[in-house]
Ligand binder design. Structure first.
Ligand code: BES
Ligand code: ZN
Length: 590
């Protein structure tokens, strides 16, 4: 039997959900949702079944015409409530009728003014890691997979979309009804839906982009390389098993850069910069179609198996598409981002382990770059130690042997020991996984493009010299690296010069804006305030947004503005972002 998941009330001794038929009706006026779910179990139950719920109001449970007695346990702030159903002997199918409050944790509701088009409201879900339980009662653990069919009832003329195969649409009075089918079994965290004023553009036979009308052209251009990326990923990982790969552009307040919902990646509109600087986002999300969606972490303690592998594949895809230099530079950039999190986790160094016990720990609180980049660097090191050809053969086998299954870090290590034993001779794999910090054998990256950055940064720090000519031909990542090379603070006059030479008023890239504005705020460069404020009010993916908010909450001259700024921005923020900033404000005594 599989080990149990610290973030789920599921009892592994009980039957598992195998299929669900959903009906959802979304009331945009009250922001409430009515849901009905018909469940099939993988074997009959003669007794109790535990499901995860969070703030769901259960209205009725039944099997056939027979009511099923149920009870809700105490509400845990992280896990929510355990729903216990008591079945008559032999029950393999049952139905639950329920209602979701406007605050359902997995949903963000936006009024028209918060959208790109400004004419229609928008709503979307984000279930990873443990929020599916706020949308429907389920065994909310990545160790359980199910197929589903769903019907979404939405007010006309909005479009309902799901991370599943569309199966047609119809109308019922003033509602549009959109039907979907998910034939490949998925874990609950990959359930995804969105409702809004959406249009689309095909970019290849199996790739389509969905977006609000004002964004569609820009999105189709920015991500035109998607099909090519998919083909490179197939070369690395084997055939794509999810039929279509589409993208849905979400508003900037989406707390992530992207989310790998199967068949339909959700991507943040902040990446529409017009220069394809952040296309690695798509390489990343589509790589999850194998590492994550096909081969799935058994619990959130094993999250690095999803993100580390996917980041490794992202790098391999970008290497093929953009060349060695591009990924060498990206590796230096990401190593710096990793160390930013090490800094943040100084009081809780266990969070710099790839695996650490998460009993009683909220996955939202420990979300960081560690599983991504420490995981990436470990896998790169293993690749280097065994050679790329051998490693590629291993990867193929790894995917094939675990497709549509979940595994723990320990199962992964056993598999590695069995199939690639030589990796353990040269790499301290266990130290990488179970110890905090960055092991001494960590890869060090050099690149010519980075050397140019280092030279320019050192000269600028020494005597304030920096000209536009020096930056001619620099890539967007070189600018990011330049900013990462800067000290904690600079003289305000040096910030002013950077502002001008880097042409920051025209910079569209969120990570660059976040890095520069944070530096400027720490440095007391006051001219930056209106732009920093506007950026924070517009929101954006959480790690870059939090960096900037932290700078505002800490710098003596902006500290007193932080609370008021948050109060103004709050309505436009995702509930998860709100929660994170509130935590930060308390930590900073504000
Ligand atoms: N699966 C993650 C997003 C996620 C992680 C959502 C944990 C909820 C909990 C997604 O694949 C991801 O990694 N997104 C990154 C962007 C990527 C290019 C590194 C992000 O949002 O920062
Ligand atoms: Zn990811």
């Amino acid at each position: 039997m599989t080990a149990s998941d610290p973030h789920s009330y599921r009892d592994p001794a009980q039957p598992s959900i195998r299929h669900i038929e959903f009906d959802f009706t979304f009331d945009f006026r009250n922001r409430t949702t009515h849901g009905r779910a018909r469940y099939s179990l993988d074997r009959p139950s003669d007794g109790r079944l535990f499901l995860d719920t969070h703030a769901i109001q259960i209205r009725r449970a039944q099997t056939g015409e027979t009511p099923v007695p149920w009870s809700l346990g105490e509400a845990d702030p992280i896990l929510g409530q355990r729903l216990a159903l008591q079945f008559p002997p032999g029950t393999a199918e049952f139905e639950i009728d329920f209602q979701l409050p406007p605050t359902a944790r997995a949903l963000q509701w936006m009024d028209a003014s918060q959208t790109a088009g400004g004419r229609h409201p928008f709503m979307y879900s984000q279930c990873q890691a443990i929020h599916a339980r706020s949308l429907f009662p389920c065994q909310d653990t990545p160790a359980v997979r199910f197929t589903y069919r769903a019907r979404l009832h939405v007010p006309k003329p909005l479009v309902g979309l799901m991370a599943a195969a569309p199966e047609g649409q119809s109308t019922q009075g003033d509602l549009g009804v959109f039907s979907f089918h998910m034939p490949q079994p998925i874990p609950s965290y990959l359930f995804g839906l969105a409702v809004g004023d959406l249009t689309w553009r095909d970019i290849s036979a199996r790739c389509r982009i969905y977006a609000e009308p004002p964004l569609i052209e820009a999105a189709a251009w920015e991500f035109a390389e998607t099909e090519q990326m998919l083909q490179i990923a197939e070369g690395l990982y084997g055939p794509y098993l999810w039929d279509r790969y589409d993208l849905l552009m979400l508003p900037r307040s989406f707390p992530y850069g992207g989310m790998e919902n199967p068949r339909l990646t959700f991507a943040n509109a902040i990446f529409l910069t017009g220069d394809r600087a952040d296309t690695s986002l798509v390489a990343h999300e589509l790589a999850h179609s194998w590492t994550g969606n096909l081969v799935t972490n058994a619990s959130w303690e094993d999250f690095w198996l999803n993100e580390g592998w996917t980041t490794y594949a992202e790098f391999r895809i970008c290497e093929r598409l953009y060349g060695r230099e591009y990924v060498e530079l990206a590796a230096v950039r990401d190593r710096n981002l990793l160390f930013e999190d090490y800094e943040r986790f100084r009081p809780t160094p266990q969070y710099t382990q790839l695996k650490f016990p998460m009993q009683g720990v909220d996955p939202e609180e420990t979300f960081s770059r560690v599983p991504y980049y420490k995981g990436l660097f470990l896998l790169m090191l293993i690749e280097q130690s065994v050679g790329r050809e051998t490693f590629d053969a291993f990867i193929h086998g790894y995917i094939l042997d675990h497709a549509f299954r979940s595994l723990t870090t320990e199962q992964f290590l056993d598999y590695l020991r069995h199939n690639l034993p030589q990796a353990f001779d040269r790499v301290a794999i266990e130290e990488w996984i179970y110890q905090p910090g960055y092991p001494a054998d960590g890869p060090v990256f050099r690149s010519r493009a980075f050397e140019a950055v280092e030279v320019a940064a050192a000269a600028f720090i020494a005597d304030g010299r920096l000209t536009q000519a020096q930056l001619a031909g620099w890539s967007p990542d070189q600018i990011v690296l330049f900013l990462q090379q800067m000290p904690e603070t600079l003289p305000p006059a040096a910030c002013r010069q950077l502002d001008r030479v880097l042409d920051m008023p025209h910079c569209q890239r969120f990570v660059t804006q976040s890095l520069f504005y944070s530096l400027a705020i720490r440095s007391g460069y006051r001219a930056v305030w209106p732009r920093a404020e506007a950026l924070l009010l517009a929101s954006g993916s959480r790690l870059s947004l939090m960096r900037l908010f932290r700078a505002v909450a800490q710098a003596p001259w902006t500290r007193s503005k932080a609370r008021a700024l948050y109060e103004r921005a709050r309505r436009g923020y995702h509930p998860l972002t709100q929660q994170e900033i509130e935590r930060l404000l308390v930590e900073e005594g504000l």
